[in-house]
Design a binder for this molecule. Structure first.
Ligand code: SDX
Length: 428
């Protein structure tokens, strides 16, 4: 028996269907709310608003559960690879050996980018933030692959665009870093696996032999898996709404990169390290910064803490925290900010302000410490997040397109001036 919800307003009663998903989450379907009652809903930040139904990722913020297509994040992080997880998210099932080999071969074959893109790269000053470079280079693919411009009329092009995005994003990311360093770019080495190829493009220098450390490559692969999707977060919602206008997948992903850049979202991993460094430089007094975070008159927030959905531990944070200990030990790295992070975490978890607001470490709290140990510079951390989130953005964009979802166009409640007559300037 289907459920419903009733609303009474100005003596009238309205009834709306309630839909329930496969994990027993329920939502009121208000598609007919305005037509029947003249009302709309208002929900800044969409804290209580579902934008869509989706079969890709399930997370339970209260229980700290995260699953990609039904598979637990803990299992995927431990046993899978980033390319296999990318296939799972985008096509809905874990690949067979043959499907995986074909997917991997296709991606390896498309890692090279058009030589003219180097001219675009060279136009950026060396102080350009890598996220701005990355979103620009991704959007430039619309110029080199014009058949991608209308994904509705040219569906075959979409699968090719998906391969190009996954293949070329590491090349662009590494080139953004080389631009910042003033170093010559490295071309992809198709003999290497996905993460090793990226690391070599990032760190190899002319006239120097560069061997990828398997510990670093394995740690990076795990981090990319942990970032691969997270249902309707800010940047994914951006990708979906840009794609809903039938904009190309390249334009939609470029928009997602820009949304991720913000310090309240993916930019937090860079802000966490900057915060930890500041605490260290200021004598390492974690409590002083905890008090600042609680002070309403102080704009300082404990970066890497809190989450719109997780009101329990972010399961990714737990895995990354353990990986941080393992990687730093294997690499023989002793990073004092890791000790400050752990001290801050313990203090916050025992502080009433954080307990009352259910503020726990999120995915960004420890990830920067691993990136740093892997030799990745701070302002590249959010680029790493984008590299990981790419298959999730692609999967969500593809689902929105295949479901034929309407163009996203929210309503508003107007609070400005009522009608008034124009007064010419000499009479004001
Ligand atoms: C990501 O959505 C996703 O899934 C995102 C993500 C993904 O994988 O895509 O998980 C990745 O973006 C993780 C979040 C990274 N951002 C940060 O670490 C930045 C610091 N965190 C906060 O800015 C905040 O917690 C947000 C932005 C993450 C969530 O903000 P909300 O849900 O809008 O919560 P809120 O701002 O309304 O805060 C509720 C209360 C407020 O206090 P009161 O007004 O009730 O007294 O908690 C306080 C806030 O002031 N609060 C914090 C805090 N986060 C919330 N106080 C101090 N430090 C913090 N970090």
């Amino acid at each position: 028996m289907s459920e419903s919800a009733k609303l009474s307003f100005k003596g009238q009663e309205y009834e709306f269907p309630v839909i329930t998903g496969t994990e027993n989450e329920s939502a009121i379907d208000i598609a007919k709310l305005r037509a029947s009652s003249g009302l709309i809903t208002l929900d800044p930040g969409y804290k209580n608003t579902g934008a869509t139904t989706s079969a890709i990722t399930f997370l339970d913020g209260e229980e700290g559960i995260l699953r990609y297509r039904g598979y637990r994040i803990e299992d995927l992080a431990e046993k899978s690879t980033f390319l296999e997880v990318s296939y799972l998210l985008i096509y809905g099932e874990l690949p067979t050996q043959a499907q995986y080999e074909n997917f991997s071969k296709e991606i390896t074959h498309h890692t090279l980018v058009h030589e003219d893109i180097k001219k675009i790269l060279e136009g950026f000053p060396s102080n350009a933030h890598p996220m701005g470079v990355l979103s620009s280079l991704i959007c430039s693919l619309t110029a080199f692959y014009p058949d991608s411009l209308n994904p509705v009329r040219n569906k075959e092009e979409v699968d090719m665009s998906i391969v190009r995005l996954i293949a070329k994003m590491p090349t662009f990311a590494a080139w953004a870093y080389k631009n910042e360093m003033g170093h010559p770019v490295n071309y992809p080495d198709n003999a290497l696996d996905y993460c090793s190829n990226f690391l070599k493009m990032m760190f190899a220098l002319p006239a120097e032999k560069y061997d990828v450390d398997p510990v670093v490559s394995a740690a990076l692969d795990k981090l990319l898996i942990l970032h691969a999707d997270h249902e309707q977060n800010c940047s994914t919602s951006t990708v979906r709404i840009v794609g809903s206008s039938q904009a190309s997948i390249y334009a939609s992903i470029s928009a997602g990169i820009n949304a991720l850049w913000g310090p309240l979202h993916g930019g937090a991993n860079q802000s966490v390290i900057e915060m930890l460094e500041a605490i260290k430089a200021d004598g390492g007094d974690a409590k002083k910064y905890l008090d600042k975070a609680k002070d309403k008159n102080d704009p300082f927030r404990l970066m890497g803490f809190g989450h719109r959905v997780y009101k329990n531990f972010d399961p990714r944070a737990k895995i990354i925290k353990k990986a941080a200990d393992d990687v730093l030990e294997k690499l023989g790295v002793n990073d004092p900010v890791l000790d400050i992070a752990k001290e801050l975490e313990q203090a916050a978890l025992n502080d009433q302000y954080f307990i009352d607001r259910q503020l726990y470490p999120n995915v960004d709290f420890y990830s920067g410490i691993i990136y740093r140990a892997l030799g990745i510079p701070t302002d590249m951390f959010t680029v790493m997040f984008a590299l990981g989130r790419l298959p999730g953005w692609i999967a969500q964009w593809k689902e929105m397109r295949e479901n034929g979802e309407p163009i996203g166009r929210p309503r508003q409640v107007y609070t400005g001036e009522n009608e008034r007559d124009y007064v010419s300037i000499n009479k004001r």
